[in-house]
Design a binder for this molecule. Structure first.
Ligand code: CA
Length: 226
């Protein structure tokens, strides 16, 4: 398969290129963020290997820009240290996997094979309802042309509402779906976050799209029902 390697250290880039070529891949190398972005836009790669530390802009930013440009090739990030922060930042930026330096070429090749096998690489669909729009891939949401500034939890909640527009969601359904751990408190946390979300997506726009369904839960107004 055709692989793009974005790495500024020439020795490292050469080793990775040679290693992947020995595995039968065709390998292009870009030496900085902008060049990586340009090459990934110009060519269709089956996988992209990104070093985190790059001149121009770093691997996180490059990954974000690739996803924003609609490039959905699997991305494997190379991080210099096993920092959980780097891993999380990489995954947040849209990377699919990461490898900590130093790594073996065999491991790199195996990870790439695994990524390329995954067939869920289609770009996640942008969700919309009325003039609300949310892109699960780039973690952006809009009301009309205004980009909404949402916390991760508010974003997850809005995504849930958009996936079930017009349907009443009970507090426990919301808890189960948007809170990834067993929340040991009451479902007040849901009410609290619905309030936060309304302040971001409804109140400033004089809208009431998130409806309270008394005794049941909440529902995002479905446009066709209005
Ligand atoms: Ca580097």
């Amino acid at each position: 398969m055709r692989v793009l390697v974005v790495e500024d250290e020439t020795r490292m880039a050469r080793i990775v290129k040679r290693g992947l070529e020995e595995e039968g891949h065709a390998v292009d190398v870009a030496a900085d963020g902008p060049e990586g972005l340009w090459m990934a836009t110009e060519n269709a790669y089956a996988a992209i290997v990104l070093d985190v530390m790059l001149p121009g802009f770093d691997g996180f930013e490059l990954c974000r820009r690739l996803r924003a440009a609609g490039i959905w090739a699997p991305v494997l990030m190379l991080t210099a240290r096993d920092a959980v922060g780097d891993r999380v930042r990489g995954l947040d930026a849209g990377a699919d996997d990461y490898l900590v330096k130093p790594f073996s070429l065999l491991e790199l090749a195996a990870r790439l094979r695994a990524l390329a096998r995954r067939d869920d690489r289609a770009r996640p669909a942008v969700l919309s309802e009325g003039d609300l729009k949310l892109d699960p891939a780039t973690k952006q949401a809009w009301r009309g042309s205004t980009e909404l500034q949402l916390s991760p939890k508010e974003f997850a909640l809005l995504e849930l509402f958009l996936r079930h527009a017009g349907t009443v969601l009970t507090r426990s359904q919301i808890l189960d779906a948007a809170w990834d751990f067993a929340y040991d408190g009451t479902s007040n946390v849901v009410d609290q976050y619905v309030t936060y979300l309304r302040r971001k997506i409804d109140v400033p726009f004089r809208r009431h799209d998130i409806e309270t369904v008394r005794g049941m839960g909440y529902r995002l107004r479905h446009t066709e029902q209005v």
